[in-house]
Design a protein around this ligand. Sequence first.
Ligand code: GAL
Length: 808
Amino acid sequence: MNKSTKRNIRLLMLLSLTGLIFSCQPKQLADRQNFDKDWKFMLGDDSLAFQAGYEDGSWRKLNVPHDWSIEGEFSADAPSTTEGGALPTGIGWYRKSFRLEKPTSNKNFYIDFDGVFCNSEVWINGHFLGKRPYGYISFRYDLTPYLNYGESENILAVRVDNSAQPASRWYTGSGIYRHVWLVEKNPVHVAHWGTFVTTPEVSETLAKVHLDIQLENTDTQEQEVLVKSSVLDSQGTVLAKAESTLTATNGISSLTQNFELNNPALWSPENPNLYQVKSEVFKEGKLVDEYNTPLGLRWFEFTPDKGFFLNGKPYKLHGVNQHHDLGALGAAVNTRAMERQLEILKEMGVNGIRMAHNPPAPELLHLCDKMGFLVINESFDEWKKTKAKKGYHLYWDEWHKRDLEDMILRDRNHPSIFVWSIGNEIPEQFDTTGIRITRELADIVKSLDTTRPITAALTETDPEKNNLYKSGALDLLSFNYKHEEYLKFPDRYPGECMLASENMSALSSRGHYDFPSDSVRIWPPAYNAPFDGNPDLTASSFDNCIAYWGATHEDTWAVVKNNDFIPGMFIWSGFDYIGEPLPYPYPARSSYLGIIDLCGFPKDVYYMYQSEWTDKTVLHLFPHWNWTEGQTVDLWAYYNNADEVELFVNGVSQGRKSKEKDQFHVMWRVPFHAGSVRAVSYKNGEKVAEQEIHTAGQAAKIELIADRNNIKADGSDLSFITVKVTDKDGNMVPDAANLINFNVDGEGFVAGVDNGYQASTDPFKASYRKAFNGMCLVIVQSTEHAGNIKITASSDGLESNSLTLTSN
Ligand code: GAL
């Protein structure tokens, strides 16, 4: 779309969607086999380890996804630096041996890697297959010419080189950290990422669906094929069909099919209705390939003056930015861990996620389709100019085209994806090379998908100075921070559509509070400026601590909420993540910027969003009630569905308060006297909700709360167990730091432990953890055997506790 057209017409994007929809894992077609098990691993390098006959008997046996960095020790001297998480990186090798039956007819075998961090090189039986520097990209190699069949082993060898550091501004993980698949195909088959479904027309009464299929024929002989496709609803009912015949010559042949659906169930975050298109390829009446393309039906529109519309209705984007690590599990992909993160975000009212700043694991996109999140999929944090010293710029010239194409091809069928971002805070904004590169990248995206707007997350807000904007190639202008300038945008960028891609960068440590609560700390106050942080490297949870480029949650949300032309915002960040521990130096090693800590425990401001972004009745009183006698304490309450809140201290009313305009909390300032505080919310004088907090006594007991008591015996399912240190009456002790030991009996093991404290240097892979502000987390993983899993938590001076899960 050129600029002048864009000024005159609103940006209307009719969406189409693919991915695999009915489960969060890609559907297991018979010809796609998970290849995660029984790898061997060696940390270190050996130039001979690619050879088929190499002796790997002493290597460690493991399953992938695997992240060796998360297993390591934190160190101030880690080459990744604290920005990268202060964990070890380096070089590692993986090998896997496997046997294949000789197929009765011609077959092709491919190996698919969803992601290897980074600089992977792959060999099969000593033959070099290729190299992929970018750790976030998915890739396939053809194994067919090099395979042994029958009794002879095949050896797949993968060298992973994450030694050039610092490679990133956040924690990356190292290794084969996403899934691996072995794919077996007949000579004629739907090519890799070989379908593209679009919806040229969608309304509540009719959806027109268009499917492009790329058929690959690896035979030199032409093949007559019949391709039958059908659109299925989530129950598997066939709603529309199409058939095409084709002479497939050697190489790629294209065909298109069209469908119409009456009264379609539309997709939205609130109602993520999914369909799928099933394509079957027949040769001489025999089914030779089957391919499923996910489909979600929806349309959306960004407008310069009224913001964003989804399926014809105004829609505010309540978004978060997310990095890819899974806390104590590191970067190693686990679908349940990703699903839990999304569940916690959904509960808060989040409807959008920006994948910062790289393509995510495929399973995360399947989950977003299924659970309902609008996704900005972002390709790069760096172009040709340096951000991290050994970052992606090193590979830019050779790889950016391929990597961007592969991201679009892999992901363009996901209903959840509504925007492509070609970069985050790219230094080329300030340089005329930015004009050329933006146009080039936009052309690459448009050559593969014209149904979604292209954006880049910008920091330069002056249209005269921003070369990415000047390129005229961005459909949508996304800005990071500077919410105080938003009101100028309609004049500065007449006719343009905007989005707030990154906001806040407010700092907090769960359960830590600095008074007075109504003065904002800016840490650091300016670039490299000294500041008086807390000696224990904490930050306050009163929404009163921010980075100098950031803002408080309430200030930013007020602007976004009150202005229709702003389509919504994306908080930096949903969860804390490993790395980027600003404003503190080591031993701080993970971020303070999340609404939710690294364990997945909400910080207080989570409830502010819940009160604004959901209909759930919220009354959240904080902080705790354990202070020094007589100390002046601020108490805040977030609430909704009520007109006012009354606070009682030791039974005595402190008066009723209502939120002021553009404030999203109420506050009382009172002297502390041990006992209890109680908040009561009222609507029309009637009580709506109530919350009481007691002064906790001495730590006496351990409380264990599993997010799921019943898990799957599949070797990867998880139960996240919240551990609270309480007094004898069950009140959480808000500053408890007791060391808790975990023992797991039966069909499970500890996959990780954490307490959300950003400056802890204790390992994530351990069977013990100190509580931080009264809480910690133990993550228990199932084995492949059904049975009970008994978790016992013990600590010196505390009554032990245990919990039994079932796994089946
Ligand atoms: C932004 C950047 C993010 C993160 C954040 C921290 O400028 O895009 O990746 O670094 O700052 O505040």
